[in-house]
Design a protein. Sequence first.
Length: 135
Amino acid sequence: MIPIILGKKTKVRPKDGGQREYRHCPQCDQDADFVEVDVDHTVRAFFKVELFTLEDTAFACSACGELMGLESTGPATKARPSSIGETLMGRMAKRRAARAERRTAREQERLRDSKEKAIDDEIEALRAKIEREKG
């Protein structure tokens, strides 16, 4: 008996001109935009031989990324946020800003540490000079 190794790869891409709905996601329990996406499932044998591909359309939650049919979602529990700060792009911008703040804090800490080391080295040099002058 010859073993057959099967594998499945799924690709998800936003659909050009696809539908966009503001709904309630049952997975993450948040109101979010659901974007229509194309889903391709490819089944392969022995990692290289493509057996077949199944194409499907689904909706992706912008909050958690879960794929589901629009009928699986409920109506939004509150009105769509008007500010960009509540959307996915706004959250991504906040994360980038937080990363930049952490990077700046680390750089300031390194600078402070290097200044302290320079001061400590200077103090040691002065102590050594005083010891040489005494003895």
